[in-house]
Design a protein around this ligand. Structure first.
Ligand code: GLN
Length: 231
């Protein structure tokens, strides 16, 4: 596949933490790999397209997160796309939405259930730099976390990463969850700007092509520096 569609879901709701930049990094890296991209922004008033290759969900405040969840559920599109092998990158609120439940406005809210996990109110707010050892790539991934929820993974769920420093899901051990082509994490940054190698992996998954990482010395230097300074 040499052309992909990147669907950026509900920027007006899931745009609080700047995770929309993940699409820009994917588009930029894709160009080097000879892949053309179309970034499609879909508001919660519109139906999600069924033909996306990569779906992106970002972080949000609790109320916005619930509105986005309701719109995604209304559309019945994401489950079909996931079934068809689409890649999903979901950050923080977007990640919580994919689980069995989370809390918002003092109530438990039922999630989409794509990942076997639940999110409960944490004892503190988890804010700061974070570094995790990825479970699906042989490298550390860095980011910035800012969330009140604490996520408890089901027994058989593979985490996104093992926490090196920071809080991650709230237990200080693991961050996020991965299942097939679904990647959920607490890492903002945007995470793909801070870890361009991860963007390349998502592009490989979305296109079914194998390619080695591209030469972008500044991005590589920046990512390496971040890994060094994030203790
Ligand atoms: N509202 C959620 C929480 O505080 C998610 C926050 C976020 O996306 N950064 O846990």
């Amino acid at each position: 596949m040499s052309s992909i569609k990147i669907v950026r879901i509900h920027n007006e709701l899931l745009g609080t933490y700047g995770d929309r930049g993940n699409a820009d990094v994917l588009a930029f890296r894709a160009k080097f790999h000879g892949i053309t991209t179309e970034v499609i922004d879909v508001s919660y008033l519109e139906k999600l397209p069924t033909n996306g290759n990569i779906y992106l969900l970002g972080g949000a405040e609790d109320a916005a997160q619930v509105l986005s969840l309701e719109a995604i559920r209304r559309d019945h599109v994401l489950p079909v796309a996931i079934e068809g092998g689409a890649v999903v990158l979901a950050v923080c609120a977007g990640f919580q939405i994919l689980g069995n439940s989370f809390h918002a406005g003092g109530k438990e809210v039922e999630g989409l259930g794509f990942l076997d996990m639940k999110t409960v109110p944490g004892k503190e707010r988890f804010v700061g730099d974070i570094k995790v050892k990825a479970t699906f790539l042989d490298m550390d991934i860095t980011g910035f976390e800012n969330h009140a929820g604490q996520t408890i993974l089901g027994e058989d769920v593979t985490p996104f990463g093992k926490v090196v420093s920071g809080h991650g899901n709230g237990d200080g051990k693991f961050d996020g969850a991965v299942s097939g082509n679904i990647f959920g994490t607490y890492l903002h940054g945007p995470v793909l700007a801070r870890n361009p190698e991860f963007a390349d992996l998502l592009l490989c998954r979305a296109t079914g092509r194998k390619f080695t990482t591209i030469e972008d010395p500044l991005a590589s230097q920046y990512a390496a520096w971040r890994r060094k300074v994030t203790k």
